[in-house]
Design a protein around this ligand. Structure first.
Ligand code: SAM
Length: 346
């Protein structure tokens, strides 16, 4: 076999140093470099290093590396007194000024995520992620109970992701027939608040989550009177309702646990009630580079022993827990986005 071409080796090298890039982006947010450069202006590395109290030459080397992946742009210098090191924003670096984006970055490099992925070899061999072995916890959720800082970052980042997704989700969701909506595992409650704002027909909305999450929820004075937080465990019991929202929940669990959640709902759902499951819908027809969601699917395995499911997988869960699938709704033009699968009791 002839040796690989220079271009192929380069491509390979770019993939292999992915962890260096994610670390650099994390450090960039920790130093708050993006906030120190105003959106429409530029700043020299000398000024930046003074403001940030960091080593000037190293900051320059650091920022030049970041420019190569689209964060910041180094300006061409025409003034002969200055040599180099004036930076302005790009679209990517500008988004680092957003708290929601910073939370997602922090979450992605948090110890649980990184250590979980260390178990990849074992997971590929065994089909499960053994968090007891890698982290000494049965699962992510039990770990979060003892790691408040990571719990807060995780929930804030979920809220940030929800915020980005809201217009897409609302475009194909309909809550006009429900009096009561319960968001199971609703985290900080943003999605339920938006649903209530858009549907005045709903008389009551409950944001249901683990005690530690609910205790950390703080709302403003303008909180909708129909909204309430309730702590509990969706493997034990859930409030009675005619609509349950499960957004980014079912993909967190293996089949056995997912069926157990549906069975708990089955005991409390009102006649004619619906379950709205929002998850990626895994499409086996998408192959190779058309299937970027493979990384989400693998991440679900590594972090929670969950998976992104196909329609057939969801039908299996429904059948095993006394439900059927009525309908699937997705955004017509945005591929690989969250879809809505509507379940009702058989
Ligand atoms: C991936 S997050 C999704 C949060 C939110 N639905 C969203 O889409 O932004 C999963 C949520 O499930 C909650 N959760 C995990 N185990 C739970 C349990 N046994 N009972 C209730 N909530 C639970 C977590 O605390 C977390 O808020």
């Amino acid at each position: 076999m002839s040796s690989p071409s220079f271009e192929i080796v380069r491509q390979f090298y770019t993939i292999m140093n992915g962890h260096q890039k994610s670390k650099a982006v994390e450090v960039c947010t920790k130093l708050r470099i993006a906030e120190h450069i105003a959106p429409e202006s530029s700043k020299s590395v000398g000024e930046l290093s003074k403001e940030l109290q960091v080593h000037e030459d190293t900051l320059y080397r650091f920022m030049r590396a970041l420019t190569s992946i689209g964060f910041f742009h180094e300006e061409e210098i025409t003034d002969t007194n200055k040599t180099h090191g004036i930076f302005k924003h790009t679209q990517l670096s500008l988004c680092l000024r957003d708290q929601g984006v910073r939370d997602i970055i922090q979450m992605r490099v948090s110890p649980f995520q990184v250590l979980s992925w260390d178990g990849l070899l074992n997971s590929v061999k065994t089909g499960i992620s053994n968090h007891q072995e890698t982290l000494n916890y049965p699962n992510f959720w039990e770990y979060l109970k003892d790691h408040k800082e990571e719990e807060v970052i995780f929930n804030r980042s979920m809220t940030g992701l929800t915020n980005q997704y809201i217009p897409i989700l609302l475009s194909f969701s309909d809550y006009s027939k429900f009096e009561k909506v319960v968001d199971l595992g609703g985290g900080q409650g943003l999605f339920l608040k938006i649903i209530l704002t858009n549907y005045q027909n709903i008389k009551e909305g409950i944001n249901f989550d683990m005690k530690i999450v609910i205790e950390n929820n703080h709302h403003g004075e303008d909180l909708d009177k129909r909204y309430s937080d309730q702590s509990g465990d969706f493997f034990v019991s859930v409030p009675e309702s005619d609509c349950y929202v499960l957004k980014n929940i079912i993909h967190d669990w293996n089949d056995e646990s997912a069926i157990s959640i549906f069975k708990t709902i089955n005991k409390s759902i009102r006649p004619g009630g619906k379950i709205y499951v929002y998850d990626l819908i895994n499409d086996l027809n998408l192959k190779n580079e058309k299937y970027p969601t493979g990384w989400n699917d693998l991440n679900m395995l590594m972090v929670c022993n969950g998976k992104e499911r196909t329609l057939q997988d969801l039908e299996y869960l429904a059948k095993e827990s006394g439900f059927k699938i009525d309908e699937i709704r997705r955004h017509s033009t945005i591929p690989n986005a969250l879809g809505l699968t509507i379940f009702s009791k058989i």
